[in-house]
Design a protein around this ligand. Structure first.
Ligand SMILES: [Zn+2]
Length: 82
């Protein structure tokens, strides 16, 4: 492995780690990592402006949900009505 490849890999991993920190505040640390890993600063921006999944309310019963699609309280799809 050449030095250039190592430097690029390290840079991508660091950018991914920063993306994960940005994403963590919005409940998307894994998505944040990959956005940062693949796109660098542009990925951080995408995560920072993306949907906040950390503490949204269920549209049916208002219960808090965390990164889960089905509401734990009423069992319905917490993102869409109907
Ligand atoms: Zn619910």
């Amino acid at each position: 492995m050449s030095t250039t490849v190592i430097i690029w890999t390290l840079t991508a991993v660091i950018a991914g780690a920063i993306g994960a920190m940005v994403g963590q505040r919005r409940g998307r640390q894994y998505a944040g990592f990959w956005w940062g890993f693949l796109l660098g600063p542009l990925g951080w921006l995408i995560v920072a402006l993306g949907p906040d999944l950390s503490a949204s309310n269920c549209v049916h019963c208002g219960a808090k949900r965390y990164q889960i699609r089905l509401c734990t309280q009423c069992g319905k799809d917490a993102w869409t009505l109907g």
